[in-house]
Ligand binder design. Structure first.
Ligand code: ADP
Ligand code: MG
Length: 419
């Protein structure tokens, strides 16, 4: 059972490699693997197999090279490249009888693989697995026939078992895994698409409703303004109402646009401290109006990567919510902390707080407890921006005590500049 033993060992190596590959691709969340990478990886596997092959006589080597050849040829269409690589690799192990047999078997194989690849990709999943396994059996059978001419003293039963069972088994396992991963990622894609469509649909309906209200109000007041005998005082009052309504419509559109385009276009280096200072400046008048005192405690350094415009928008929304939660005054404290891996930003208010149910609904489009003064889009925009910046956000809140938002963004480690 020498050959069988060898092949089982090789199969184990292959499955371990496969296992790491699957984990790697799941982690990197890439759906498309580049072709050059697959080619290099397959050649590496081929080399491992030829290196660890069984060679009872010096002029022949028996191994599982069939597996990468069949899988690469059928699934990726790189059969001829892999056959060429096999032949070149095989040269390094001597040009002998085994080498010529390799030429004899694999050159026709490369043509066959190349021809059936387009047809193969059109087949349904189960049939693809079957075709790959049958291909493995056929190649195994040819190899055993070749062995008979080599007089290697190998046990025929051993060789038959090794070649007719193990390579097809390996091919079956890999082929099944590929189909499984493909099906999963296809399903995930469809789900994401469906979700997105649904969201856009809901948003569209809600948006038109949200914009129609202020526009209707504005046009009503414009009609009133057409009255020639309106007093100056009234005219001024109506005009300011119209202006307010238009601003509120614009705010909805602005928030929606930021949501609809959550991917960041420009990634730049952001100095968290100076960005937050700017945002506080913008919001200072609003804070004064509510008698809110803004307290800060910033770490000396802290650089993250992101889109400046959106980072500002994100924190304007959060700080504004904090100020609005304290209509009778209070403290809004903003602190940052810096470690090698993360920059943490904490925004804490001493406002009205939220109930468990409110916390749960936070970030839902158009969820607002502020009536006419709110759009209910602010937090949704915050979540989408934080996600696009690879950040994390979590919140704590207690009714009547206050709310704290925690943000965590990856540090740019190579750029630990001092201000
Ligand atoms: P908007 O501010 O337009 O109402 P947001 O999405 O910004 O919409 O916030 C949604 C809701 O979450 C608010 O209406 C409010 O009820 C609640 N909320 C958000 N931040 C806070 C906070 N710091 N304290 C209390 N409630 C908050
Ligand atoms: Mg808000």
């Amino acid at each position: 059972m020498e050959i069988t033993k060898h092949f089982f060992l090789n199969l184990t190596i292959l499955i371990i490699l496969l296992f790491f590959c699957v984990i790697f691709f799941e982690k990197s969340k890439r759906t498309n693997i580049s072709k050059p990478f697959i080619i290099l990886f397959s050649i590496f596997v081929l080399w491992v197999f030829i290196q660890f092959s069984y060679h009872p006589v010096s002029y022949a080597r028996y191994d599982l090279r069939i597996i990468p050849l069949v899988i690469g040829g059928l699934y990726v269409g790189i059969g001829p490249i892999l056959v060429a690589a096999t032949i070149i690799l095989r040269i390094f192990y001597g040009i002998n009888l085994g080498f010529y047999q390799t030429l004899l078997l694999y050159i026709p194989l490369s043509i066959v693989l190349w021809r059936i690849y387009p047809w193969f990709s059109r087949q349904v999943s189960a049939r693809r697995i079957l075709i790959s396994v049958v291909m493995g059996i056929i190649l195994g059978a040819f190899t055993v026939i070749g062995m008979e001419f080599e007089n290697t003293h190998a046990n025929l039963f051993d060789a038959l078992f090794a070649y007719l069972v193990i390579p097809p088994l390996g091919i079956g396992i890999i082929s099944y895994s590929i189909e499984f991963v493909r099906r999963n990622s296809e399903m995930r894609q469809q789900l994401i698409k469906a979700e997105k469509l649904k969201a856009v649909e809901q948003m569209g309906a809600a948006i038109s409703h949200e914009i129609r209200n202020p526009l209707t109000a504005a046009s009503g007041f414009v009609q009133l303004l057409q009255d020639d005998y309106l007093s100056r005082q009234k005219r001024k009052e109506y005009l300011s109402i119209v202006k307010e309504e238009l601003i509120s419509a614009e705010r909805v559109i602005q928030d929606y646009l930021t949501f609809a385009k959550p991917s960041l276009e420009t990634f730049e280096e952001l100095n968290v401290k100076s960005e937050l200072r700017q945002i506080i400046n913008i919001l200072q008048p609003l804070a004064n109006q509510n008698s809110v005192e803004i307290l800060t405690d910033f770490s000396v350094i802290g650089f993250i990567k992101g889109d400046q415009q959106k980072f500002r928008q994100c924190f304007v929304n959060v700080l504004k919510n904090g100020i609005e939660a304290m209509p009778n005054g209070g403290h809004l404290s903003i602190t940052t902390e810096y470690t090698q891996s993360n920059v943490t930003i904490r925004v804490k208010d001493t406002g009205i707080g939220m109930t468990g149910e409110q916390l749960e609904r936070l970030g839902e489009p158009f969820y607002s407890t502020k009536g006419k003064n709110g759009t209910g889009l602010g937090m949704m925009v915050v979540y989408s921006i934080v996600r696009a910046m690879d950040g994390n956000i979590w919140e704590e809140s207690e009714l009547g005590v206050g709310t704290t938002f925690h943000f965590e963004f990856p540090t740019i480690s190579t750029l630990m500049k001092k201000e």
